[in-house]
Design a protein around this ligand. Structure first.
Ligand SMILES: Cc1ncc(COP(=O)(O)O)c(C=O)c1O
Length: 411
């Protein structure tokens, strides 16, 4: 019997061109949802797409000016450096010193990458292989589950039971690190968290780094939403923990705080050992980021502090509009988050939703209302009772989405 990953119609006598590792990758749910949204649009439906965390707001004008000016310089069109040019890594070091009071050596402790997903995926390939394992709190951002597996390693998911990750999650992580044999090599964290929008305070990282040191386990924090914080909350960087750089790294991105998702610039910073692994593997795989983009990212890092504040305020207002709208729509239990560009909500307790999982509900909602969310089940079975709602539309449009949901629930 053929599976969705097995190609049909291959030339006679040819082997399946997929490597065996390709069978690890489940069909991409977001692709199915996007295709369904396109079908609806073709029928004239005004789709309100709050699915993907793809920023919609403008970037800074100065960044575009740097891009335009740098395009005229011939050397900028040559291969750049796989590890990123020094001025970019220095700008990143200034950024971390200014925002998080973390001192980083631009040459040894920072590497610029083609987005933070690239940093993460290639680091997994450099760190993990068959026989290795890593621990990941679940539900989890897809690549956190699959990049280690593509590298040949096993993933031990630890279900996050708490709304505010703290003593319970730390105890469960400790249990995994203590009992799994061979001992896991890496603990993967991601706060503020995608998809659950959960956040932690510095004390959490102090405990996590202490656990890592005690059990001899490296720690990575994906800090994509480090600047997307609400209600006066400022997410801590794991590198603020004293001695964290001995065993921990953090990924950071220009995609979310600066709305530069299409530009593909990210960073890995912290432990020089892990930075070196990524630098070595990237030396084989790529020649670095287009230099004009790197120079533009320097401008963003040095002059974008106001923009990143304004951007998080926009997300905060959209979260408020969403929560207010959902309440009006008759969505009784909602969760108020203090970070990310998402809202993570339980399926409504409503007769119309009885017996549905998150995928069924998302497709039903799209069909009946034109409002599109991401099913929590797309982030693992632990997420199946929830939906992820991306705050990527103006408040009025979010209010309209909620009004349509209200009509559907109340009809
Ligand atoms: C937690 C998390 N990490 C990484 C990324 C990817 O970021 P980048 O654009 O830097 O590759 C995303 C994007 O949605 C994300 O949600």
């Amino acid at each position: 019997m053929s599976t969705p990953n097995q190609p049909t119609g291959l030339p006679d006598g040819f082997p399946d061109p997929n490597a065996r590792r390709m069978s690890l990758l489940p069909p991409y749910l977001l692709g199915r949802i996007n295709a369904y949204n396109d079908e609806l649009r073709a029928k004239g439906v005004d789709v309100i797409d709050l699915g993907m965390g793809n920023p919609v707001d403008p970037i800074q004008a100065e960044v575009l000016e740097t891009m335009r000016a740098s395009l005229d310089e011939v050397p900028n069109h040559r291969y750049s450096q796989a590890k990123g040019i020094l001025p970019l890594k220095q700008a990143f070091a200034r950024h971390y010193a200014r925002h998080f009071k973390v001192e980083l050596d631009p040459k040894e402790e920072i590497i610029a990458t083609i987005g933070s997903k690239e940093a993460f995926s290639h680091l997994m390939l450099g760190m993990l292989g068959p026989g290795d394992s890593c621990v990941v709190p679940t539900p989890a951002f897809t690549i956190h589950m699959y990049a280690p597996q593509i590298a040949g390693a096993s993933v031990i998911g630890v279900y996050m039971k708490e709304e505010q990750p703290g003593p319970q999650l730390l105890a469960d992580l400790k249990y995994a690190l203590e009992t799994v044999r061979p001992r896991p090599k890496l603990l993967i964290l991601n706060f503020p968290h995608n998809p659950t929008a959960r956040t932690v305070d510095l004390g959490f990282y102090e405990e996590a780094v202490a656990l890592g040191k005690h059990y001899g386990v490296w720690v990575l924090n994906d800090f994509a939403y480090g600047h997307s914080c609400f209600d006066g909350y400022q997410a801590p960087s794991i590198l603020q923990v004293k001695g964290a750089k001995d065993i921990a790294v953090e990924t950071f991105t220009m995609s979310k705080p600066y709305n530069m998702a299409g530009w593909r610039v990210g960073f890995l910073a912290g432990s020089r050992h892990l930075v070196d692994i990524l630098a070595r593997i990237k030396g084989y795989f790529d020649y670095g980021i287009f230099q004009c983009i790197q120079l533009s990212a320097v401008t963003a890092l040095d002059h974008g502090d106001t923009l990143i504040k304004q951007q998080s305020l926009l997300y905060e207002k959209r979260r408020d509009a969403l929560l207010e709208g959902l309440k009006k729509a008759g969505w009784k239990k909602t969760i108020k988050n203090r970070g990310t560009m998402f809202s993570w909500q339980p399926l409504p307790d409503h007769p119309k939703v009885k017996g549905m999982n998150s995928v069924d509900f998302c497709f039903t909602l799209a069909r009946e209302t034109g409002v599109s969310f991401t099913p929590g089940g797309g982030f693992g079975p632990e997420g199946d009772s929830h939906l992820r709602m991306a705050l990527v539309a103006p408040e009025a449009r979010i209010a309209e989405a909620c009004a349509r949901i209200g009509k559907f629930l109340q009809a």
